[in-house]
Write a protein that binds this ligand. Structure first.
Ligand code: OAD
Length: 258
């Protein structure tokens, strides 16, 4: 006999969201694609179709060619500055505003489009923030409790900027391949995944861990898991339903005007 539970996936999902006390949305690069920011793994337009991630998104790559990597991030920053939140970001933000304390966005995106869309919902940025910088190496002054580490505001302009005292280089405030996620951010994301009623996974290929593992964690803990993506993902098996389509088209259909 046909399973009729999801015969009306949007109606069913909207009912679940209406009844939920905690909704978590895990987002990836596809969330910002309709704002004009390229994804990583899409066949022609993705960054990793054109660039080697180990050269541009690893500490080794940065140390080998700091200027090249800095310039690549400056180019991406320009793209982020020029972009605007799309209808998907706005639908989530509006729902968060109407349901204070109910929405947590866990994003792998380093752009600030969820933040700029507003709404006041909690946002956990697992892979950092592209518009921020930090020192490449620990500041030597930080080893001495009596001294303050050098302020990144004093860095001498350059590609990349450099500390006038220690020669330390500035690097983008993102998580690179081979680096650990911030422990507090990851624990917070895991906690939300394990306690939410509904998890929506939007615009991620599910190729990068530990973010990809949040879908299985949520499902095992009893959440209703929904994937929104125009293409198949590596974690489709974790979902109760897969909605084929884009973030800017489907999220307003799901969240407006709940
Ligand atoms: P990917 O580039 O791996 O995947 C993007 C996903 O978005 C794909 O599954 C696309 O099908 C989907 N997509 C494309 N357009 C979409 C749209 N308009 N609406 C919804 N989905 C769409 O990006 P991520 O999964 O985010 O890490 O990649 C994860 C991490 O790998 C990134 O955070 C980045 C990357 O290397 C670091 O830089 C550390």
């Amino acid at each position: 006999m046909k399973d009729r539970r999801y015969a009306h996936p949007f109606r069913d999902l909207r009912a679940r969201i209406r009844a939920a006390t905690s909704v978590c949305v895990l987002t990836g690069a596809g969330m910002s694609a309709e704002s004009g920011i390229p994804t990583f793994r899409d066949a022609h337009s993705g960054f990793w179709a054109r660039f080697d991630p180990m050269q541009l998104a690893s500490e080794e790559g940065f140390r080998a060619e700091p200027q090249r990597v800095w310039d690549w991030y400056e180019m991406r920053r320009e793209g982020v500055r020029a972009a605007e939140p799309n209808e998907g970001h706005r639908a989530l933000a509006a729902w968060a505003g109407r349901h204070p304390g109910c929405l947590t966005i866990v994003t792998q995106n380093v752009d600030d489009l969820h933040q700029r869309a507003g709404g006041g919902g909690r946002i956990i940025a697992l892979h950092g923030h592209i518009m921020e910088n930090r020192w490449l190496d620990p500041c030597p002054k930080a080893e001495d409790m009596m001294r303050r580490p050098c302020d990144i505001a004093v860095a001498e302009p350059g590609r990349p900027p450099k500390c006038p005292t220690c020669d330390n280089l500035l690097r983008p405030g993102v998580v690179w391949f081979g680096e650990s996620l911030d422990y507090r951010d990851l624990s917070a994301a895991e906690e939300v995944a394990a306690s939410c009623d509904v998890l929506l996974v939007v615009g991620t290929s599910g190729a990068v861990w530990p973010a990809a593992g949040l879908a299985a964690r949520a499902r095992h803990a009893g959440a209703h898991v929904v994937i929104i993506n125009p293409e198949p993902t590596e974690i489709d098996d974790e979902a109760h339903i897969v909605l084929t389509g884009t973030a800017a088209r489907l999220l307003p259909r799901i969240f407006d005007p709940l």
